[in-house]
Design a protein around this ligand. Structure first.
Ligand SMILES: [Zn+2]
Length: 420
């Protein structure tokens, strides 16, 4: 086991690596703690060990809370599940030029089995769930997690229950139900769904709610994003990361991944400046950042960025602390800016992202316009999901020609600029 125990983030009380997520002493959230001291003496060997690992997140098994990550020898889908990770990191010069920056990279996590970064966290949580003897996977989801849990359960041959707000995008509902999960639409927003699942997790023995009772293990999966970025940049950190904030878990774990590897001397550089991105219609963390507050006041979400629509973000205080500590910020962009962000990324990189990626790209543009980013900075934006999941967001953002099937019709239309 790479982890040593669970540790309270508030009072540092430790617990065994069991299905537990809240501190009994102070109700603070629990996080996995590690002892990496055995690696300190030979960083070169550790790099080679990682490079020799499988082309997915299990290459980082030494940094994940599992008794035994499924190795490359275990090919059966029912053993390894869906292999997440090892997604492309692309240098985006045309995007950089459009927003007036020097060096921008896009970490495209839409290249996961169900087209979002959630495959990483679900892979880790579901492997740990099996180690702990659970026989059913479940989750409270804003959409992407629903896709990932339903697909992972199908691959592993486990039953699953997926709870979603009933007003979710149709694409995300269809791309969940297809895997044969028990799909439960809850009349309420994500925070209502989450409350119900928290209650249920105490009632249903044998159910691993990946983001409730398995949350400490689940959250660790996000670190693999920063491990990959560092490895892809030649064992070095970028200067700045722009990432979306929903619960704040992804945002803070990206930094944790860099911090762990910097501490070991495995990578060069320092902890990047961390910029968080939210939608104006659900921006409790950005509002707290602006107000200089340490905690977030819950909001009722109203935004097209449904995958970020968490009104009461569990890791909000930690996201605030991280942004301030690293000299970053947390910004919010409105729905029109989100649509423009989707188009900007698509037109300059060929990457079609969902609304959350529009939030992130629009925030990059905003930071650049504000002069927050230095000309010589290496910036990575984290694109967390695929545009095919939120097609309605780009409806009516472009025009097309409709013509009779004749040469003159085409020429006339193009000359006269007749769009429909
Ligand atoms: Zn505690």
């Amino acid at each position: 086991m790479a982890g040593t125990n669970l540790k309270c983030r508030e009072c540092a009380t430790t617990y065994e690596l069991e299905p537990r997520y809240v501190c009994e002493q102070c109700f603070g959230p629990l996080e996995v703690a590690y002892d990496h001291s055995r690696f300190v003496d030979d960083v070169g060997a550790l790099r080679r060990r990682i490079q020799g690992g499988p082309q997915n997140i299990w290459r980082y098994g030494d940094f994940l809370p599992l008794d035994g990550p499924p190795g490359p020898a275990l090919r059966s889908a029912s053993r390894v599940g869906l292999p997440a990770g090892c997604t492309p990191l692309l240098r985006a010069d045309r995007l950089a030029e459009r927003v007036g920056l020097g060096e921008v990279w896009v970490k495209n996590d839409a290249h996961n089995p169900t087209h979002s970064f959630k495959d990483r966290v679900v892979a880790v949580a579901s492997q740990r769930a099996r180690e702990l003897g659970f026989d059913t996977l479940a989750c409270a989801s804003t959409g992407n997690l629903a896709n990932a849990v339903a697909a992972q359960a199908a691959a592993l041959g486990l039953p699953s229950y997926v709870f979603i707000p009933s007003d979710l995008e149709e694409q995300k509902i269809l791309a969940t139900g297809v895997y044969g999960t028990n799909l439960v639409k809850v009349r309420g927003n994500y925070d209502d769904v989450n409350r119900l699942c928290t209650e249920l997790s105490g009632e249903r023995e044998g159910w691993a709610f990946v983001n409730v009772n398995m949350r400490p293990y689940y959250a660790e999966g996000s670190k693999t994003l920063s491990y990959e970025i560092a490895e892809q940049l030649g064992w070095a950190t970028p200067d700045r990361v722009v990432a979306p904030i929903a619960s704040g878990s992804l945002f803070t774990k990206i930094a944790k991944g860099f911090e762990e590897w910097l501490e070991l001397g495995l990578i060069e550089g320092s902890v990047p400046t961390m910029n968080g991105a939210q939608a104006v219609g659900c921006s409790p963390v950005a509002q707290a950042f602006d107000a200089g507050a340490d905690v977030c006041r819950p909001v009722k979400p109203d935004t097209i960025a449904k995958s970020l629509a968490i009104g009461n973000p569990a890791d909000g205080p930690y996201a605030l602390e991280l942004a301030r500590r690293t000299g970053g910020a947390i910004d919010a962009v409105d729905d029109d800016e989100i649509r423009a962000g989707i188009r900007l990324l698509a037109e300059t990189t060929g990457i079609f992202t969902e609304t959350a990626g529009g939030v992130t790209t629009a925030t990059l543009a905003k930071l650049a316009a504000r002069g927050d980013i230095g000309a010589d900075e290496k910036v990575v934006i984290v694109i967390t999901g695929d545009g095919l999941k939120t097609l309605d967001a780009v409806r009516d953002t472009f025009e097309s020609y409709e013509i009779e099937p004749r040469l003159e019709a085409f020429e006339a239309a193009v000359e006269q600029g007749v769009h429909v």
